[in-house]
Design a protein around this ligand. Structure first.
Ligand code: SF4
Length: 338
């Protein structure tokens, strides 16, 4: 690890001023990803700006009936918050599917959005990686790519986004509140993360001098018919090979509205509004779910080692939508898939 300065921001304006003044600086909150990256010499900030004591830890109801979640609410607190459990159980379930209890205690809501890929080459500074060092090449394209992307990849990068919580948030039409030198703005969740293109080193559309202050979820939480299913190599403390967030609004067995998003398949949480539209007006049964899965996966392209993900994704989509339609969401404590 290289030497770095440390300072603590007193308020949001102070944090923005400090980050805008130093292009080599990074914010640190829970540090659950950044400290690993620094130990591995992947991230080398010249200054850490500690934002962990900023007053961004509340969960408040909005005038429009939604919730505004402070960026520094710990993941564990969010998952067990009474309003999240009751009105947005899809978010709670996705959070509990990720990481470990200890990590969820430390990790912040805002930090969850800006965590970096877990592609092994990204963490190995002895190998080429366009995300770590632009222009150096992608070791995964012809390397070990069993866990890599099947949707939205480029020749520059085939990494996946590691978050579970973000898959639920994109499905629920969340927005991200950010503040920069010119004031505040909101970013629709679907536009927050980027596909790799030829700039895979830029993960998000958050400006380098901006800070995430809150995540807002709209009133509709799909608390009756939802499920988050995560398929992984071992049942805990592993990143998704495929994960699915599904939410339905049903009337007499017919789908009135559907939300469908995938994790573990792309450089960003992958939501497909065309697949959702195809479910509208259809009976909540396997044939409808299979047709939506085929539509969602229409542009899926396997890497050399991960062709199995396409079929796995189809089966996971059908299973998750079935769980949502039945009102029997996937348990994150008993991980038996039913
Ligand atoms: Fe780097 Fe992306 Fe290639 Fe992984 S997939 S080696 S993160 S460029």
């Amino acid at each position: 690890m290289i030497p770095f300065q440390y300072t603590r921001a007193n308020n949001v304006a102070d944090a923005v001023r400090l980050i805008a003044a130093n292009s080599g600086a990074k914010f640190i909150a829970g540090g659950t990803n950044l400290l690993d990256l620094m130990k591995d010499n992947v991230e080398r900030p010249t200054k850490l700006i500690d934002i962990s004591r900023l007053p961004l830890t509340s969960v408040e109801e909005t005038a429009s009936g939604g919730l505004r979640i402070g960026a520094l609410v710990p993941n564990a607190d969010l998952a067990w918050h009474p309003l999240i459990e009751k009105r947005y159980p899809l978010v709670a379930s996705a959070i509990l599917a990720g990481a470990s209890q200890q990590l969820r205690n430390m990790a912040s809501t805002g930090g969850n959005l800006v965590q970096r890929t877990r592609c092994a080459y990204f963490y190995d500074t002895a190998t080429p990686c366009n995300k770590r060092q632009p222009g150096s090449g992608c070791s995964a394209v012809n390397g070990i790519n069993r866990g890599h992307a099947i949707l939205g990849a480029s020749t520059s990068c085939i990494a996946t986004h590691p978050s579970d919580m973000c898959v639920a948030l994109v499905a629920l039409d969340a927005t991200v509140h950010v503040t920069g030198p010119n004031g505040g703005r909101t970013i629709p969740f679907a536009d927050f993360h980027r596909l790799p293109g030829d700039t895979p080193h830029i993960d998000t559309n958050l400006g380098p001098d901006e800070i995430i202050t809150a995540i807002e979820v709209p009133a509709k939480g799909f608390a009756t018919n939802y499920s988050y299913l995560k398929i992984r190599d071992r049942l805990s403390y592993a990143f998704a090979l495929i994960s699915v967030a599904a939410a339905l609004e049903l009337k007499d067995g017919t789908i009135q509205e559907a939300r469908l998003a995938l994790g573990g398949v792309a450089h960003k949480p992958w939501r497909d509004v065309a697949a959702e539209a195809a479910l509208r007006g259809r009976p909540a049964e396997e044939a409808s779910f299979a047709a939506a899965a085929d539509l969602l996966l229409r542009d899926a392209r396997p890497q050399a080692q991960n062709g199995f993900k396409i079929d796995l994704a189809k089966r996971a989509i059908i299973r998750t939508l079935t769980q949502a339609a039945r009102g029997t969401p996937q348990s994150q404590s008993n991980k038996t898939i039913q």
